[in-house]
Design a protein around this ligand. Structure first.
Ligand SMILES: [Zn+2]
Ligand SMILES: [Zn+2]
Length: 196
């Protein structure tokens, strides 16, 4: 079997302890057979994954994206173009899979990153619509947090985030949110007072 990225011959290898894989000694990528993956995956106890954690995981220990990540590859089994799924880490990378035989290609470090994110035994969720929308919401929340820090400074921002945490744990937290919203309405007595 040839490496989808650099055409070297793949050699027997293993991933995640017990999953049979074929590795490229040149680019350090790894190929996993679709049926092998499916069988192994069903034997795993899968963790609940948090999109926020995926976005905030520190990946400095890895080469992301791998040098070969931008290259489109052919399935080493059926020679079809591998389908690419964006993994929304910071920086992001693409996971490649053959839609015909379900084989998976991990460029260098991608398997280790997915393992750290606890996504390695549930890679099928990465391409699902619900996961993509969870990631988008989490990204929006992170952007909003950054905007609050930028506009108010870190000290006040920290207090706002702490208050948000406290209110999230309160069954009636929404009353406080309603109060704050009202407080900042243009025609509220509070705002008029401050303008006088
Ligand atoms: Zn290679
Ligand atoms: Zn294939």
């Amino acid at each position: 079997m040839q490496c989808p990225k650099c055409k070297e011959l793949l050699t027997n290898s293993q991933l995640f302890g017990s999953l049979k894989a074929d590795a490229c000694t040149n680019c350090a990528g790894q190929w996993v057979d679709g049926d092998e993956y499916q069988q192994w995956r069903l034997a795993q106890t899968r963790a609940t994954v948090d999109p926020m954690r995926v976005l905030r995981t520190n990946l400095t220990a890895y080469q992301v994206p791998a040098a070969t990540d931008t290259k489109t590859g052919l399935c080493p089994v059926c020679q079809r173009i591998l389908s690419r799924t964006r993994v929304s880490t910071e920086p992001f990378f693409y996971l490649e899979q053959c839609l015909s035989c379900n084989g998976v290609w991990f460029d260098q470090d991608e398997a280790a990153i997915l393992q750290q994110l606890k996504l390695h035994d549930q890679i099928e969720i990465l391409s699902s619509g619900s996961w993509q929308s969870q990631i988008r919401s989490a990204q929006m929340l992170l952007n909003e947090k950054e905007a609050v820090i930028e506009k108010l400074g870190i000290d006040i921002a920290q207090q706002v985030f702490e208050l948000a945490e406290i209110l999230t744990d309160q069954p009636n937290g929404d009353f406080a949110v309603a109060y704050l919203m009202r407080r900042f309405e243009r025609d509220s007595p509070f705002m008029q007072q401050s303008q006088v």
